[in-house]
Design a protein around this ligand. Structure first.
Ligand code: DX5
Ligand code: ZN
Length: 219
């Protein structure tokens, strides 16, 4: 595994009254992507923000905007998030009846397409869409909230996906979301992850630069 390790701070743990400033702060601190958690209070038991906020954030950073849709249905909103300035749009297979069609739609909008697997979702759910995905994300908590405990039960799943991705020969990012800290990142990187989302471990830290470095290269 030779991919550069990418760190995507999740704005969910930032100060919501200062989102633009918080986006600029993690870019200055060495972040690679900015992770944006969109929740609808229906697919997950929490509500955050929609395309208007993504659009408002766009001028504040040059980082790729990594939009994680925890909404159902997602299809009616894909265009709005693309127009708002999302660079990546990731969806859960459970959010709609036609994952393949949704991924085709995201790619037709010129965006990188991601599939997010909940803790109970099997790796096989992406097997027949590997040709359409740019990012596979493993949830290492149940989606909906930041600051939850890391689920180490997902490590064998990360390793299985690493094998599946390598077998395709395609450039697919293996991303992790939930409970990522300088302590849990080592086992994730060893299992084959190459992209780590971190909310509270970055925005809850006194020094964003030190936090991002510690997650990227665990001691
Ligand atoms: C949870 C979100 C995560 C969240 C992670 O549903 O998808 O992106 O921000 O937060 P931490 O890193 O605090 O577990
Ligand atoms: Zn997320």
């Amino acid at each position: 595994m030779t991919n550069k390790i990418l760190i995507a701070p999740s704005l969910l743990a930032a100060d919501f009254a200062r989102l633009g400033e918080e986006a600029r702060a993690v870019e200055a601190a060495g972040a690679d992507w900015l992770h944006l958690d969109v929740m609808d209070g229906h697919f997950v038991p929490n509500i955050t923000f929609g395309p208007l906020v993504v659009k408002a954030l766009r001028p504040h950073t040059t980082l790729p905007l990594d939009v994680h849709l925890m909404i159902a249905p997602a299809d009616p909103y894909l265009e709005a998030f693309a127009e708002a300035g999302a660079d990546h749009i990731a969806i859960h297979p459970e959010a709609g009846p036609h994952l393949h069609r949704s991924l085709q739609k995201i790619r037709s909008l010129g965006k990188k397409a991601g599939v997010v697997l909940n803790p109970s979702t099997p790796v096989e759910s992406v097997l027949w869409v590997m040709d359409l995905v740019d990012i596979i994300m493993v949830m290492t908590v149940n989606p909906g909230f930041g600051g939850q405990a890391f689920l180490s039960s997902q490590l064998p799943k990360v390793a299985a996906l690493r094998k599946m991705i390598d077998a395709t020969g395609r450039d697919i990012r293996l991303q992790i979301d939930g409970g990522v800290t300088p302590t849990t990142s080592r086992s994730l990187l060893e299992a084959g992850a190459d992209t780590l989302v971190a909310g509270s471990a970055v925005y809850g830290a006194p020094d964003y630069t030190a936090a991002i470095s510690a997650i990227r290269a665990p001691a």
